[in-house]
Design a protein around this ligand. Sequence first.
Ligand code: ATP
Length: 453
Amino acid sequence: MSAPTSVQRMDKIVSLCKRRGFIFQSSEIYGGLNGAWDYGPIGVELKRNLKNYWWRVIVHEREDVVGMDGAILTHPEVLTASGHVEGFSDPMIDCRSCKAHLRLDQLIEKKGIKQCPNCGGKDLTEARQFNLMFETHVGAAADESSIAYLRPETAQSIFVQFKNILEVSRKKLPFGIAQIGKAFRNEINPRNFTFRSREFEQMELEYFCRPEQGMELLEYWKEERLKFYENTGIPRDKLHVKTVPDEERAFYSKGTYDIEYDFPFGAQELEGVAYRTDYDLSQHQKASGKSLEYFDEETKQKFIPHVVEPSAGVDRTVLALICEAYAEDEAPDEKGKMETRIVLRFHPRIAPIKCAVFPLLKNKEPLVAKAKEIVDLLRPHMYVFYDESGAIGRRYRRQDEIGTPFGVTVDFETLGEKDPALRDTVTLRDRDSMKQERVRISDLLQLLSMRIA
Ligand code: ATP
């Protein structure tokens, strides 16, 4: 069997995502809304596990970070001060031949002449600015005075609430404020499945510090974030750190790294880690007229803190996790004949369902009763799936396809029918090796909890 090309691999991943309930096109029955995606029953679990793990590592396991959850509707002055109203735009070009709307940086150049990447046409319009923010109106009047924006990033509400949070949390520098939430950008060309969407989620940390700590903390957070991805199952050799060159960096940033992942469609950004100096807080202080300074009790100094920002995309990371997990191998079918198996090798920590519980036969009441007892035992601690329908091999295969790391089967040994020593034991199947071990029901919870932590 020859290895699939990256396009074929991506096609298989997209179709698996739909078939098994990870991700659907939004408004699909009406033809779909471009750039918007809905997560299905399995996808939502994966996404939550990722967000919960980020929150655990960034907020709960640290002394120096607190969380917040800001509004999506944003006052226009916030985004004027941040520079988004003026500058958050991409230069756009239209191709007069095929009518494609293109970003200037997507044009191809042959012999110094710019061409449409779609049709090769050279009849292109002048570049014009296209603001990426979604505008809406608050209240009944739809005029200038009622404009609000759907936030294009979660960061700004953190800056705007900086003083309130500083006061209530009584943190000293350096400390951070974390947020996970939706952001909206009217991307010109949403593409590569969920990679570039118009509605997406971000996981952002604004880590405030003294000016002299900025560069060092930039390095620190880059390393922390790389560790995070490794701990979700993305190996280090599939991650690349790109140092954003001076000419591409925002003028206020003293250093920015992009963390990229080797997607089937190429190495692309998962996260930006940027040292943004005191730009954001200074802008909001100037525009609002409210002091956003920090008072240092020890030195009696007053100053605007600097900030390092690791800003990650939830949807892009979910997509990376799926791409990384997707594998095809060989497994025996019902009759022992080898067949291709699709398996998602998620790290147990982020796997949507942690454990599936199967009675060997569904028409044997004692097997079913025991299996349901095990479900009740595990359910308060992890997401468990009960399945009694179909041949056991097929049930395993269904779980392999959604990446369930463990399968527990209740069989006649469990009932002590063959060997009394095996009473109240079950088989625990490992998704990747397909090996089975015999474990006591009384040990199951501890054993699984350890493996999914
Ligand atoms: P890109 O260069 O890919 O447009 P960006 O540099 O504009 O991204 P940031 O503004 O740094 O992105 O946003 C931080 C993170 O938010 C990105 O690393 C990415 O994970 C996520 N993100 C940004 N835009 C999108 C989008 N359109 N769809 C999905 N995720 C996005």
